[in-house]
Design a protein around this ligand. Structure first.
Ligand SMILES: NC(=O)c1ccc[n+]([C@@H]2O[C@H](COP(=O)([O-])OP(=O)(O)OC[C@H]3O[C@@H](n4cnc5c(N)ncnc54)[C@H](O)[C@@H]3O)[C@@H](O)[C@H]2O)c1
Length: 259
């Protein structure tokens, strides 16, 4: 697939790793300049360098998406540097699994803060720029967990269902302004997030990790976990003119796991 986003400006939260990184690289290959936003400065710098190596501009921007003032300052930065923002991918997220009665309150609150508040803060700032100029595309990362809701994932599932619901509502709010808001529900992808889930479910024993991974992935109807690029392709497609009628949607990229 080839896309021409030359001159367009993209911002990717969670851009320092996994799905966000892959989206940033595909934006760059398509000609867009990309601001890489992530909690970890070294991840921002590394991915920004990878983006620049593809011949476009990049800003490495360390940010904590749970802090509204930091999110607002990030949008001020992209407007000051590049004049605007056209595409936003909200991929920053955490997945902390545990049965609710034993889950730490700090983990519950962090999940809500990053996954819900972080996404909503970013959408708020993005829409304030996109709606007046009558152009913009926002793609949020929800999850199959928003629909499959397995035991041990109650808080994560709730946060991802919130992303799905907020996306649907925001797409409608912005529809008359030629701004689309959609979310993707990725399935199972072996990013650093899944390595951390395996830490939580299986500890460090390689055999146990392997067993848990096989158990989780055997339910995927097409038999394969996805690669980050599968999510990036859908994200970038949603940013094209061809996707102009698609808004308020949640789109599973999960090999048929959910429907
Ligand atoms: N990997 C999967 O199987 C999968 C499946 C469904 C949904 N998702 C969702 O996709 C998104 C990306 O996941 P991933 O697999 O790429 O994970 P990842 O851990 O590889 O990347 C997430 C990034 O978010 C950043 N981040 C975390 N808290 C932050 C904060 N407060 N402020 C700014 N950045 C922060 C992390 O530093 C990390 O670089 C997440 O929202 C996740 O819930 C992933």
């Amino acid at each position: 697939m080839e896309f021409n986003f030359k001159g367009k400006k993209a911002l990717v939260t969670g851009g320092g790793s996994g799905l966000g990184r892959e989206c940033a690289l595909l934006f760059a290959k398509s000609g867009a300049d990309v601001l890489i936003a992530d909690l970890l400065p070294e991840r921002c710098e590394k991915v920004a360098a990878e983006v620049r190596a593809l011949g476009v501009e990049s800003i490495a921007y360390p940010v904590d998406v749970t802090n509204y003032d930091q999110v607002a300052a990030m949008y001020k930065k992209i407007v000051d540097e590049w004049g605007t923002v056209d595409f936003v991918v909200n991929s920053a997220g955490v997945c902390l699994t545990e049965e609710l009665t034993t889950q730490k309150l700090s983990d519950i609150n962090l999940s809500i803060d990053v996954n819900i508040k972080g996404t909503i803060y970013s959408c708020r700032e993005a829409l304030a720029i996109m709606r007046p100029k009558k152009f913009g595309k926002i793609v949020n990362m929800s999850s199959i967990a928003a629909k499959s809701c397995l035991g041990g994932f109650s808080v994560y599932s709730a946060t991802k269902a919130a992303v799905l619901a907020a996306t649907a509502s925001l797409g409608r709010e912005a529809a008359l302004d030629n701004v689309t808001v959609n979310c993707i529900c990725p399935g199972i992808i072996k990013t650093s997030m899944w390595e951390e889930i395996l830490d939580q479910l299986a500890g460090s024993d390689p055999a146990k990790r392997d067993e848990v991974w096989k158990e989780w992935t055997k339910g995927i109807p097409n038999g394969k976990p996805q690669d980050p690029i599968d999510i990036a392709y859908m994200t970038i497609f949603l940013c094209t003119e061809e996707a102009r009628y698609i808004t308020s949607q949640n789109i599973g990229v999960d090999g048929g796991y959910t429907f």
